[in-house]
Design a protein around this ligand. Structure first.
Ligand code: 13P
Length: 340
């Protein structure tokens, strides 16, 4: 399949149930993950861990794209092969996180505005030469007393649209990620409202910027109860509310929707995606771009030890396959009997 246009790249990433492995943790975030297993976050350890993930057998056929961090797109495996080449040989496209993280929002400091538009064009040209075919930018929206504010939503969605325009000019596919955080004791209705406000404004901003929607991927949160809420909405309610929110606010010509996992358990991330695909009735591919929900089991199995590498690769392969099945609406909990 030729992958020359933005539409072809975006369509390939989510073809045949494939999804995205988000492995773009910044060094501080990777440090937190490694702390949880007692491993030092050195450049070499980060390389070894990610090399192990990218060489997993289950990457093939299940993963259409991998999001990398700046350090990783430049790294070589132990045998000298670039990590970008290892990813490509697995049939996945290399992508890159291009935002520069969060700063407190002026006038509403408990909220944030994602940084990184300065110099973005030059960074994109370099990443494209290093082999990146797509990019990611994450906006973070928090639910709380009187927030999210209109200002926070407007400024973050405009930044996403400005980013997407620049990235497409560099011939790469932008993933736009407006993440409404799960953290908090809010209800699923509060999440529905905040997510709807973000998506409505986001697509207005993308249209105003004349971003090619067919060559864009949306990476949203699912509509869930807050992680600290007493009442947790069941699987079918999360699936129905998420679909209702997307169908109201997202144009049908979008190439694909790949959810973030956002702190959901591995099984919930898979079960929710499967439930939506079983309901069906939409034009976009509905797939995954999971970080924690794909990597957690592998990380806990690995523990930084060479002798655990194969089992850790099997853990990643298993979750990748389960999520592919869910993207096709063909997952069931008894496929999880193989526990790692
Ligand atoms: P999680 O799936 O762990 O939320 O990570 C996805 C991601 O890339 C967040 O930006």
């Amino acid at each position: 399949m030729p992958l020359n246009t933005l539409e072809e790249i975006a369509t390939y990433i989510v073809s045949e149930g494939k999804g995205i492995l988000a492995a773009d943790e910044s060094n501080p975030t990777c440090g937190k993950r490694f702390d949880s297993i007692g491993v030092n976050s050195t450049e070499e350890n980060r390389r070894d861990y990610r090399e192990m993930l990218f060489r997993s057998g289950g990457m093939k056929g299940n993963i259409g794209g991998v999001i990398l961090f700046d350090e990783t797109i430049r790294q070589n495996a132990k045998d000298g092969t670039s990590l970008v080449d290892i990813i490509s040989k697995q049939g996945a496209l290399p992508g890159i996180k291009v935002d520069k993280g969060l700063q407190p929002l002026e006038g509403s400091p408990e909220e944030s505005l994602t940084q990184g538009l300065d110099g973005l064009e030059e960074r994109c040209d370099e990443y494209s030469k290093l082999g990146a075919k797509f990019t990611k930018w994450r906006a973070v929206i928090r639910i709380g007393d009187d927030i999210p504010s209109d200002q926070c939503i407007q400024e973050n969605m405009q930044a996403l649209a400005d980013y997407a325009k620049i990235v497409q000019q560099s011939r790469m596919v932008p993933i736009v990620e407006p993440e409404v955080l799960m953290e908090g004791n809010h209800s699923i209705e509060d999440c529905f409202k905040a997510t709807s406000r973000c998506l409505k404004i986001l697509f207005e901003c993308l249209n105003n910027n004349q971003v090619n929607i067919r060559g864009t991927i949306l990476k949203p949160n699912m509509v869930t109860s807050g992680s600290l809420a007493d009442i947790q909405a069941p699987i079918d309610e999360v699936a129905n509310q998420t679909l209702k929110c997307l169908q109201t606010n997202v144009p049908s010509e979008l190439a694909g929707i790949t959810f973030l996992s956002g702190g959901q358990s591995d099984i919930n991330s898979t079960a929710h995606l499967d439930a939506m695909n079983k309901i069906g009735g939409f034009d976009w591919k509905l797939s995954f771009s999971y970080g924690r929900a794909l990597q957690q089991a592998a990380l806990k199995t690995w523990l930084g030890k060479k002798e655990n590498e194969q089992a850790a690769q099997e853990a990643l392969s298993h979750r990748a396959l389960m999520n592919r099945n869910a993207s096709l609406g063909q997952w069931s909990s008894d496929q999880e009997k193989k526990i790692f």
